[in-house]
Design a protein around this ligand. Structure first.
Ligand code: AMP
Ligand code: MG
Length: 300
C-alpha cells in the first residue's frame, strides 16, 4: 500500500500522522474526532487553550465546516488558496470544541503541498494540524526535524521534502465585522491591506494561544549585535559582525523565511553560548519573519 493510503487509514482510525505542508510540517489528526484531536495536544505538550488550524482539500470542504462564509472569506480564499493563508470563521458544531479551544470560530486552511492535499482527499475528512513539534520548540520544516522532536509519538511521518514557505501561515479572522490580522506570515501586508481595513493587533493583544515565547531554540537567542562574552554565531542578511561563526541569510523575505527554521535547528544543536540575529527590515513583506524572530528572542 502506498504511503498516502496508509497515512489516510491511520488518520481515519484516530491516529496521528505528521505531514508536509508548504509552511511547516503539521501534526495531523481527524478534525471531526475529539479523541484523535486530544492526542495532538498530548503529543505536543500543547495547552488546551491554543486552537488548532483545520486543513481542507477544497474551498467546498471549508464552507461545509463554516457556520457563515462571509464575502471577505470568499475574496481572500479565492486569491490565496491553496496557500499559506488561514481564515478564521464561525464554526459548525461538527468541529469539536477541543479543536478550537472552546471558541465559536475555527481557523481553516487549504495547503498547496500536493502530499497534504492527497492525504486530506484520501482520508476524506478535514485534518487538524498544528506544527509537528513539542510545544514552544522551533517548528519543523523537514521530516528530520519532526523525527527528532516527536519521532516516537506519531504513528507515521510523511516525508515531502523541505517546506518551501518555511514559516507558519498568515492568519486572518473574518468572523467579526471587519477582517483582523491575527498573525503575519509570508503574504506581504501590502497585498492584503488595499482590500480591507485590517485592524492590526499588537503583541499586547495576541491571537488566542499565540504565546509570546514560541518558536524558540534552547540556545539563548538575541535580536541585534553579538554580545562580547562567550562563543556564538551571528545570523545576518546584510551586515556581518564579530562572532565565532557567521551564517549568511538570503536577502529576500521568501528565501529568508524558507531557510530560517532549518538554520535555527542546526545552530541549536551546535552548543553555542548564544545565537545573535541581525534585525530584518521594517517592511510589510518581512512582518512574519520579524514576528517569529521576536518570539524566538523573547525570554521567560
Ligand atoms: P499553529 O500554532 O501554527 O497551529 O497555529 C495556530 C494559531 O492559529 C493559533 O495559535 C491562533 O493564533 C490561530 N488560530 C487558530 N484557530 C483560531 C481561532 N478559532 N481563532 C483565532 N485564532 C485562531
Ligand atoms: Mg506551532
Amino acid at each position: 500500500m502506498d504511503d498516502i493510503r496508509r497515512a489516510a487509514q491511520l488518520i481515519r482510525s484516530g491516529q496521528l500522522v505528521a505531514f508536509p505542508t508548504e509552511t511547516v510540517y503539521g501534526l495531523g489528526a481527524n478534525a471531526l474526532d475529539a479523541n484523535a484531536v486530544r492526542r495532538i495536544y498530548e503529543a505536543k505538550g500543547r495547552p488546551l487553550t491554543s486552537p488548532l488550524i483545520v486543513h481542507v482539500s477544497s474551498p467546498e470542504m471549508a464552507r461545509g465546516l463554516a457556520a457563515a462564509w462571509p464575502e471577505a472569506a470568499e475574496r481572500l480564499t479565492a486569491r490565496w488558496w491553496p496557500g499559506p493563508l488561514t481564515v478564521v470563521v464561525r464554526k459548525q458544531p461538527v468541529i469539536p470544541d477541543l479543536v478550537t479551544a472552546g471558541l465559536p470560530t475555527v481557523g481553516l486552511r487549504m495547503p498547496s503541498h500536493p502530499m497534504a492535499l492527497d492525504l486530506i482527499r484520501e482520508a476524506g475528512v478535514p485534518i487538524a494540524g498544528p506544527s509537528a513539534n513539542r510545544f514552544s520548540e522551533i517548528s519543523p520544516t523537514t521530516a528530520d526535524h519532526v523525527r527528532s522532536s516527536l519521532g516516537d509519538r506519531v504513528a507515521m511521518i510523511l516525508d515531502g521534502g523541505p517546506c518551501t514557505v518555511g514559516i507558519e501561515s498568515t492568519v486572518i479572522s473574518v468572523a467579526g465585522d471587519r477582517p483582523v490580522l491575527l498573525r503575519p506570515g509570508t503574504i506581504p501586508l501590502s497585498e492584503l491591506e488595499p482590500w480591507d481595513e485590517f485592524v492590526r493587533q499588537g503583541p499586547a493583544d495576541p491571537s488566542p494561544g499565540l504565546a509570546v515565547r514560541h518558536y524558540s531554540p534552547r540556545t539563548p537567542l538575541r535580536l541585534g549585535l553579538p554580545p562580547f562574552t562567550g562563543r556564538g554565531t551571528y545570523v545576518y542578511w546584510n551586515q556581518p559582525a564579530p562572532a565565532a561563526e557567521l551564517v549568511r541569510m538570503p536577502h529576500d523575505p521568501a528565501g529568508y523565511a524558507a531557510a530560517l527554521y532549518d538554520v535555527l535547528h542546526q545552530l541549536d544543536k551546535q552548543g553555542w553560548d548564544w545565537i545573535a540575529v541581525e534585525p530584518v527590515p521594517p517592511g510589510g513583506e518581512w512582518a512574519g519573519i520579524r514576528d517569529r524572530l521576536q518570539r524566538a528572542a523573547a525570554s521567560g
